[in-house]
Design a protein around this ligand. Structure first.
Ligand code: EPZ
Length: 424
């Protein structure tokens, strides 16, 4: 329901174990990659979230057949004949732009609505354009629709990204895999979700080296060589980091299961610096805290730097820590709206350009607040769990975009949190 809210009772401690879902920011691209292989592509560990439903609608609109069986999706793009991703979908979920590269690879052309900006920034796609243009793609924009064509086919090229953009790396990758010749992407994004995408592309028949490093080398292969495959999505490191922040905030111990700890090295280092005890295993991480949280400085950066998608959660930790923390947001130009909401709960934060100066306070106060993006929304729920009194979080559709059963998982850890109609 659009007007549902989440109501949280404060002064609770989170403790226990929770299994994280598959990574939203991988599964969406794995689905887009299915355009390259005719036949049933089986993807396991797909989270049950609204962004996945939206991507399924985009693919269905192209002519794909999608079946879901729990957390397993089967995407069959055999009969895909359309190469257009309409505004109605792209405007609701900018990640729909991930079909651009695969559509160009399959059809030699694509018509994709230009994605708009969002609360956290302009979200430009110039690096997508520039990289794909190097491979021989020409672009026109007609009334907000991006028209991509390959008058002379796709050819390999040396592409250097100004910034290690996740989306640009992915779109260039998914076109380069069928280009005639070799493509080298320099300053490529190194996120674990990129490695997951490269895994499925190689399972389909692509020839790619260097995933996870700044230099990715792709030997183009004919589209006809690409075949369906089966793949399991990596665990969601940001969902895991969100629950770990909840454990650090309230004391824990909280164990998250189903994620590779190496995906969160920087965040775990920061939790230890803030006074937490962190233990890890092959696919689990446990956090707990006895003494007070200690302030620390954080710079968000492309992976393996500190993830921008955990910035809100760690501003919350800093708000409850002893001392002053300087949090610098280097990835998005407008990602501090969460801080404004948290100040309604008594946080002491000064915003200066892309810096947040956070002075720890002894206690947050419950209050009505609004989610501004999915990570801010998730962090506001955590704030309500530790605050004095009751907190209402509005605009929770943001949370549903990227967190499967967030309320249920928090409840299993001991939170008193529930969804109610706003008119309740
Ligand atoms: C992906 O967004 C994620 N989304 C984001 O997660 C994540 O925060 C981001 O990567 C960084 O890790 C998905 O994977 C669906 P970028 P993406 O291209 O690909 C600028 C979440 O909460 N830029 O690395 O859009 C851009 O404006 C979401 O799950 C250009 O200027 O991120 C931004 O400031 C939020 N031109 C910066 O680069 C371009 O052509 C990083 O963008 C492309 C990007």
């Amino acid at each position: 329901m659009a007007d549902e809210i989440i109501v949280v009772s404060g002064n609770k401690r989170l403790a226990g174990e929770v299994a994280v879902s598959g990574a939203k920011n991988s599964a969406l691209k794995l689905m887009a990659a299915s355009i390259l292989a005719r036949g049933p592509v089986v993807i396991h560990n797909v989270p049950l979230i609204s962004d996945i439903e939206m991507m399924a609608q985009v693919l269905h609109g192209l002519g794909a057949v999608i079946e879901r069986d729990g957390h397993t999706l089967t995407v069959d793009t055999t009969d895909v004949t359309k190469y257009e991703a309409p505004y109605e979908f792209v405007s609701k979920m900018r990640a729909s732009i991930a079909v651009l590269g695969p559509l160009i690879a399959r059809f030699g052309k694509a018509r994709v609505a230009m994605p708009g900006g969002c609360q956290i920034g302009a979200r430009k796609i110039d690096m997508h354009f520039d990289g794909l243009s190097s491979l021989g793609v020409t672009f026109d924009v007609d009334h907000g629709v991006l028209i991509a064509q390959t008058p002379h086919g796709l050819h390999g090229a040396n592409v250097t990204l100004d910034f290690p953009s996740v989306g640009a790396t992915e779109n260039i990758l998914m076109a380069a895999v069928v280009a005639d010749g070799t493509t080298i992407i320099e300053n490529a994004a190194r996120e674990p979700e990129i490695e997951d995408l490269v895994d499925i592309l190689c399972s389909m028949g692509a020839h790619i080296e260097g995933a996870g490093s700044s230099t990715i080398v792709i030997e183009g292969r004919p589209l006809g060589e690409f075949h369906p495959c089966e793949h399991t999505t990596v665990g969601d490191r940001i969902e895991a980091g969100t629950f770990l922040a909840g454990g650090a905030l309230t004391g824990g111990p909280v164990t998250v299961r189903g994620v590779d700890p190496s995906f969160l090295r920087m965040a775990l280092m920061k939790l230890r610096m803030m006074g937490c005890s962190v233990e890890t295993g092959e696919d689990w991480i446990r956090v707990s805290r006895d003494g007070r949280l200690i302030s620390t400085d954080i710079q968000t950066l492309p992976h393996p730097g500190f993830p921008t998608d955990l910035q809100a959660q760690f501003i919350l930790l800093a708000s409850c820590a002893e001392g002053v923390s300087l949090i610098t947001e280097n990835v998005f130009e407008n990602r501090f709206m969460f801080a404004a909401e948290l100040m309604r709960m008594g946080a002491d934060i000064a915003l200066e350009d892309h810096h947040a100066i956070v002075r720890g306070v002894s206690k947050l106060q419950g209050a009505p607040v609004s989610a501004t993006d999915l990570r801010a929304g998730a962090a506001l729920v955590l704030a309500g769990i530790v605050a004095e009194g009751t907190t209402e979080i509005h605009n929770i559709y943001h949370i549903d975009r990227g967190y499967e059963d967030y309320v249920g998982k928090l409840t299993s850890l001991g939170a008193s949190v529930r969804r109610v109609g706003a008119d309740a």
